[in-house]
Ligand binder design. Structure first.
Ligand SMILES: [Zn+2]
Length: 162
């Protein structure tokens, strides 16, 4: 199985990024998502892998967010794979809301992509029309369905009152 040895952390002005030492073809597995330390709340070093399950991802915590990412974190199969062809020396990035429902530390994205979502706070805060353009993990899709059902229920209750 592919290991994280092909990945290296670059630090520039205290800003960390994850760089690949080798090229990948679209769809190729880059490494596994480590799950040795799972906690029930998100922090800067975790990735959400299920409801109330956030795993410390070691080196992968240096993965930055991009609205036009080159890797996908598949939390169901615990694999990181290439979303497009990646050159040796390229920075790896993924779409945080694909794994995170509600983030611990939201921030403003300046990635410059035409599809930039600007406020990165978790899938919960994004419209469906934005999310549908991205790979979303199973737990995120489940949360979305729940949110939609609750909204529908709420609307029905409002109509009943009228
Ligand atoms: Zn962006």
């Amino acid at each position: 199985m592919a290991s994280m040895d092909t990945l290296t952390i670059k630090t520039e002005n205290k800003f960390r990024s994850l760089i690949t030492k080798q090229a990948y073809k679209k769809g190729e597995v880059i490494c596994e998502i480590p799950t040795e330390k799972v906690v029930n709340k998100p922090n800067r070093f975790t990735v959400q892998i299920d409801r109330d399950k956030h795993t410390n991802v070691g080196k992968l915590a240096a993965l930055n967010h991009s609205c036009d990412p080159n890797v996908i974190l598949d939390t169901e199969h615990l694999l990181v794979y290439a979303a497009k062809d990646i050159e040796k020396g390229e920075e790896l990035s993924f779409f945080y809301p694909a794994t995170e429902w509600e983030m611990d530390a939201p921030f403003i994205c300046l990635c410059g992509a035409s599809s930039c979502i600007h406020v990165v706070a978790g899938a919960r805060f994004l419209p469906l029309s934005t999310l549908e353009h991205h790979f979303l993990n199973k737990h995120i899709r489940e949360y979305m369905i729940e949110l939609l059902n609750n909204t529908e229920l709420h609307l029905r209750k409002l109509q009943e009152v009228e």
